[in-house]
Design a protein around this ligand. Sequence first.
Ligand code: PEP
Ligand code: MG
Length: 888
Amino acid sequence: MMKSVYRFGGGTADGAADLRNHLGGKGANLAEMASIGLPVPPGLTIATPVCAAFYDAGGKLPESVKTETLDALKHVEAVTGKIFGNPADPLLVSVRSGARVSMPGMMDTVLNLGLNDATVEGLATASGNPRFAWDSYRRFIQMFADVVLGLDHYLFEDALEILKEDRGVTLDTELSAEDLQGLVARYKTIVAQTWGDEFPQDPHEQLWASIGAVFGSWRSDRARTYRRLNDIPESWGTAVTVQAMVFGNRGITSATGVAFTRDPSTGERVTYGEFLINAQGEDVVAGIRTPQYLTKAARERAGARAESMEEAMPAVYSELDRVFALLEIHYRDMQDIEFTVEDGRLWMLQTRSGKRTAKAALKIAVDMANEGLITEAEAILRVEAGALDQLLHPTLDPKAPRQVIARGLPASPGAASGVIVLDSDSAEARSRLGEAVILVRTETSPEDIHGMHAARGILTARGGMTSHAAVVARGMGRPCVSGAGTLSIDLAARTVRVPGHVLKEGDRITLDGATGEVMLGEVSTVEPELAGDFATLMEWADKYRRMKVRTNAETPADCRTARGFGAEGIGLCRTEHMFFEPSRITSVRRMILAEEASTRAEALAELLPEQRADFEAIFRVMAGLPCTIRLLDPPLHEFLPHDETGYDDVAAATGIAPATVRRRIAELHEFNPMLGHRGCRLGITFPEIYAMQARAIFEGAIAVAKDTGEAVVPEVMVPLVATARELEITKAVIEAEAEAVFEEQGHRLDYLIGTMIELPRAALRAADIARHAEFFSFGTNDLTQTTLGISRDDAARFLGVYVDQGIYPRDPFVGIDEEGVGELVELGASRGRSTRPDLKLGICGEHGGDPASIAFVEKLGLDYVSCSPYRVPIARLAAAQAALRAKS
Ligand code: PEP
Ligand code: MG
């Protein structure tokens, strides 16, 4: 059986990083830092399973855990030489949360625990610093009141502000010991009045209550929201770490800070972070005092005056630098660190893999591989494929005019335009209505998490590069400008003032998270391209990838974009998209409304040259790469109008009598068009439509082949096949047309005929179907809808509830339902290959661009995935990761 409580510090530790799931990230890393000899204050970690036990016991700690905790506390006392609760020289502790994966700012912390009216005096005498002792006590009361007693923290902040005003000072650090002693008395009165009882004086009572509150914060609303957004299971629970306090608020040789071993926005290899002299950790995040930079270079770049740590505390800084290097070598990843300097001595309070933007993730992975810290394969696995999406969106056009109205810190890169919204609930509400919003706040707190998620970008007036807004925005991939100091928000008037402008909620602004600029109105953007580290990582990925990556595209522009991103062919060209072009819709309608074969033939003859030109343009862009072109799929009435004016317009344009138009449209009406007259059923009933399309494909291909001298190998694909016979019939039509065109043109081409597998029957009968098909492309959009019996167009209304209740782990139209649809794909693939071992297999439903689904089809041995142009790099990386994981 595993223990519940683990000790660390004093050069030893009971657990280490391999116990991460059990000890939480923080507990495991503290243990590991302690065991590799880094300066870590001693402490103990109560393991994650206790969290569930705590809830099962109705919010109580099991007695056995209490006994183990007290035992481990003795170790802390032995290492520090201080006794918990000793009025002469007390051991003080912090109580912090630590889940398996970091959830920054989502759960609660209590610092300076163990102080009471007696021990505060002891601390004052033992430290020779009464001001520090009273400062620590007032902080403890406030945190305990907020976190454990649930009192409003504003009550305490207001009392502090009033005191500072009385004393005529602006900074907390300017208050004297006596001032703070008075403040403690005031705080205790506030507690007694609002909580109804005296502030608890017994350190053990304080300890159990705080541990309970931290376990309790695992189920706070904000922690739940964060877990939902980040797919973190409720069952994991948090660990709780109780650790000897070291004090950054002992005077001007003490400090507290946070740092990253590399820049988490850009990935550059520079020490990045902030610190505050004579302060405790919460002061840095709270944005009350402006933190100072760690390095001289960062200070100079920002044009700040206050000395950097490198300048103010050179010896501690170089020790910190040494520790950073050790941590990177040890963990082989960029670290996010919290530290405290107590009387000139450095202590590490936390290390974890730092959250980073996609851009930084790329650069760090590529750099670390080049530095020899990790392998190329590891670099590929380090970058979350889905996160590349952040880099595949347009960025601000450097040449576009910008009216900059404010500047802040470049806290999270990317560009965003939207309307100003001043609170998170409105941000969520307005974005649900489809509006692009920018959340503008003085500063954000964990309560803003839903608004930040809903917003395109975040702008704050206060807070540094490690403020809540900055950290969370980077994690979410939202552009963020923080600490735009000239911004002032009037929540009552719903306005934002910047020098020279008063903006109203609803006014449009643009943020550039890479430069920190805030601009009036919308600024134009440019398309992203693969260059630099991105291109390097993609090259590496291509070395390890087994599956090919194609694109779903039907215009030359999309084909060009996809090729720029490395697409190796077209996996799905949906020809119906070409039918909607204004120049041809009338001919399409004439074809559909035709009652005689001869009139239909006339309409098709009008369409032929248009389709030929479409295919020719695509073959040219794709320059010999394989192109799968799918024959017409959707029900015909999708091309017809749905109201009276529309009917009259169609009658006028086609020259068909209005009454005939109405009658034909009524005849074509279907109750369930998704399961109606669509796909190859059109080709069976109107073979002339497929014949026209096949002719256009072959004529277009021959024109390009003749012109360029390159081989063009069209792959003609029949949609919605359920039976082998359907394919056999339509295939004969295509082949006859091919022969006719070859004959006429005096030029032959190689070509393939294949089918979509997008109906359960097709997957089941794949062995028969493969007799007529040279390739299969799994259409998992229709296959999902027909296997689950859930209409792809109506699913959104209820699927959210299904996912919340765990009926499907994800939206099955986004991530493939492995158990059901996945099994049909597996069956289709193996049965198809049993007939035709060299059958080419691909997937072209939306799942072809989803990393988890790509990993799934890698295991089935498909030959390629096909996805929309902007997802091609994601698919390349995901396919490489899947291949690497399959090997290991
Ligand atoms: C599919 O059904 O998965 C598919 C790719 O075809 P469409 O989305 O055009 O129906
Ligand atoms: Mg389909």
